[in-house]
Ligand binder design. Structure first.
Ligand code: ATP
Ligand code: MG
Length: 589
């Protein structure tokens, strides 16, 4: 398999001599030691480590309390600013509410809220109380909410009255572990019974709180995976993860205290917590939170008005912006932006380069998973970008391309060999288990490696190239075909906005490649266009790899976190069971 090498390398955006946090990749790797990575984190006075102390308490103690920590932009043009001192004080109050209700350390606090300030106070306050935070995506319907809270043995739920009525009330009594329901945002005159008014409880609570003496290995977070490949898993993370969030926030996102940082991910997914709460706060930056959903012009206005300097978003949003075109973005002044990064799905080279056209800067792709807790492979500002590559391992992360046969794992060292992407365990944000799925957790490890379930290649310069999820890879006439390569080629056609590729049974080749394509604005499906796209793909990829067949779709099925669900394209195409759809976008909620 070959890399998308016809794309020109983009020269590094942090030129030599620039004061990027990581100025020289090789040197940074050679010097790196996880034991020093948390040197700026102070730990709790008297011993222990707590994410909330590193995120807010430490800054206040060091006299930085008056700096802006969070600017919240409401759906209705309202805005609210919180300094570090505000977040510290208000999260103390939240922790006080938990303690007053007798919620013990280690109890699981679930949160079902949109991107509203209460969510951020709840996260920080939960950690301060020594409890475990588990965010749920607010668009989940009753069943996904119930299932996750049951798996997680929720003790507390933080939500609002509307969500509580619609998504929780009907089954609440069937979850005996749930002892406290806190409703944010005020209550109606006929509020349901058995709930606590969070705003009123916060108003009565004290500004001061004696933070729980958590240890590095104490559980802090439960994150459910996106459910792209099947039923979501509950990944367990510990307080020590903050060391990796802090270090990667600095090295990969190049965050500094003076930053205006916007991570567009919802905290219901791991990105929105690791980099939408923890990393920017531990660094002392100002973070922007937008309550609204994606809307291209709204986003460009935010970049302009807030003078965002570092922006962390996802391929699905970038593709939606590409659909709208570059004329719109050019109406806005986005010149404060100095770094744009992307995660969550493979970032097509076309999208990297589109960044240059639209913003004058490329998108920097990086790779990680719910399980890894933080960024593992990245395009750093001080490194040239090869469009379509995920970049190189974060300093302190040892990656390899391996083949696994039973318990035997062989490292494939020749350049561009396709194998499973594997990591040597030992970084601080490594997950510590899947809830109630010990066997599945154990199976992720063999031969001293953590096996990621993704297939990739490494080129001679040490850059990693995503091939596909192990489950999505297509085997056709003896070739291993990665959907990403085919989708990227399809996206080079001017009419194509999005593409998803699957393998369908073929009597001769075993599997044949079938493509599903959504068109850009201004293009309509036709037989002529279908042939044209297939013809161009064949020219780019050759007959053996190019799709044999292509269907147009208005939209591709996606998880709520924006990932194309190839397993669903396939199930629907072949009339197979559709499996767990709890994270499918557009399902009734
Ligand atoms: P599930 O494990 O439930 O199927 P998921 O794997 O989509 O869901 P996440 O942990 O949110 O859940 O996503 C991590 C996965 O997303 C990675 O394993 C990889 O397949 C994909 N991914 C993330 N970032 C990138 C990237 N930059 N390039 C390619 N793939 C990526
Ligand atoms: Mg996964």
């Amino acid at each position: 398999m070959e890399a998308a090498s016809h794309w020109e390398t983009i020269r590094k955006s942090a030129p030599d001599g620039d004061a990027a946090n990581l100025a020289d990749y090789e040197k940074a790797c050679a010097d790196f030691d996880w034991r020093n990575a948390g040197a700026e984190l102070t730990g709790l006075p008297g011993g222990g480590l707590n994410i909330a102390h590193e995120a807010v308490g430490r800054h206040v103690a060091d006299g930085r309390g008056e700096r802006l920590a969070l600017r919240w932009l409401g759906k209705d043009a309202s805005a609210q600013d919180f300094t570090y001192a505000d977040l510290d004080r208000l999260s103390n109050r939240f922790a006080g509410v938990l303690r007053r209700h007798g919620v013990p350390a280690g109890a699981r606090v679930f949160c079902l809220l949109g991107r509203v300030p209460a969510l951020y106070l709840a996260a920080l306050g939960t950690w301060k109380a020594g409890c475990v935070f588990s965010p749920l995506f607010s668009a989940f319907g009753p069943e996904p909410v119930r299932a996750r809270m049951e798996i997680g043995e929720a003790a507390v739920l933080v939500t609002n009255e509307a969500f509580y009525r619609r998504k929780v009330m009907a089954w609440r009594d069937a979850l005996p572990s749930l002892r406290l329901v806190l409703l944010a945002g005020g209550l109606s005159a006929d509020a349901p019974p058995g709930i606590t008014d969070l705003d009123a409880a916060l108003a009565e609570a004290e500004d001061a709180f004696d933070i729980a003496r958590t240890r590095p290995a104490d559980v802090a977070l439960i994150h459910f995976t996106s459910g792209t490949t099947g039923r979501p898993k509950g990944a367990v993370h510990v307080h020590q993860a903050v060391v990796a969030h802090h270090a990667t926030g600095k090295l990969v996102l190049d965050l500094r205290p003076q930053e205006v940082f916007w991570c567009t991910a919802d905290p219901g997914w791991v990105t929105g917590t690791s980099y939408g709460i923890i990393a920017p706060l531990t660094i002392g930056a100002a973070m922007i939170v937008d309550e609204s959903e994606f809307e291209a012009e709204r986003w460009y206005r935010i970049l302009e008005e807030q003078r965002v300097t570092v922006w962390y978003t996802a391929p699905t949003a970038i593709r939606m912006m590409m659909k709208v075109g570059t004329e719109v973005v050019r109406k806005y002044d986005t010149s404060a932006l100095r770094l744009m990064a992307s995660v969550g799905e493979p970032l097509n080279p076309e999208a990297v380069v589109w960044g240059l056209e639209a913003f004058g800067k490329p998108f920097h792709d990086n790779w990680w998973q719910t399980e890894t807790g933080g960024i593992m492979i990245a395009n750093f500002p001080a490194m040239d970008i090869k469009p379509g590559s995920m970049g190189r391992p974060v300093p302190g992360v040892l990656a390899g391309i391996v083949r696994r046969e039973g318990d035997v794992v062989t490292e494939l060292s020749e350049p561009m060999a396709v194998g499973e992407l594997a990591l040597r365990p030992g970084w601080p944000s490594m997950f510590r288990g899947y809830l109630h799925e010990d066997e599945r957790y154990r199976k992720c490890f063999a031969g001293g490696w953590y096996l990621t379930g993704d297939l990739a290649m490494r080129d001679a310069d040490g850059y990693y190239w995503f091939v596909g999820r192990a489950d999505d890879v297509i085997k056709s006439a003896g070739h291993l075909i990665g959907p990403f390569e085919v989708e990227s080629a399809l996206m080079e056609h001017p009419a194509v906005a999005e593409a998803g590729v699957i393998g369908v049974p073929d009597p001769v080749a075993g599997e044949a490649v079938k493509a599903f394509v959504a068109l850009k604005r201004g293009f309509a499906p036709s037989e002529q266009l279908r042939r044209d796209i297939l013809g161009q793909a064949r020219k780019r990829l050759g007959r053996a790899v190019a799709p044999r067949d292509l269907d147009f779709r208005a939209d591709l099925p996606r998880t709520r976190s924006g990932k194309i669900m190839r397993r669903l394209l396939k199930a629907r195409e072949l009339g197979l069971p559709e499996g767990d759809l709890s994270t499918l976008e557009g399902e009734p909620s």
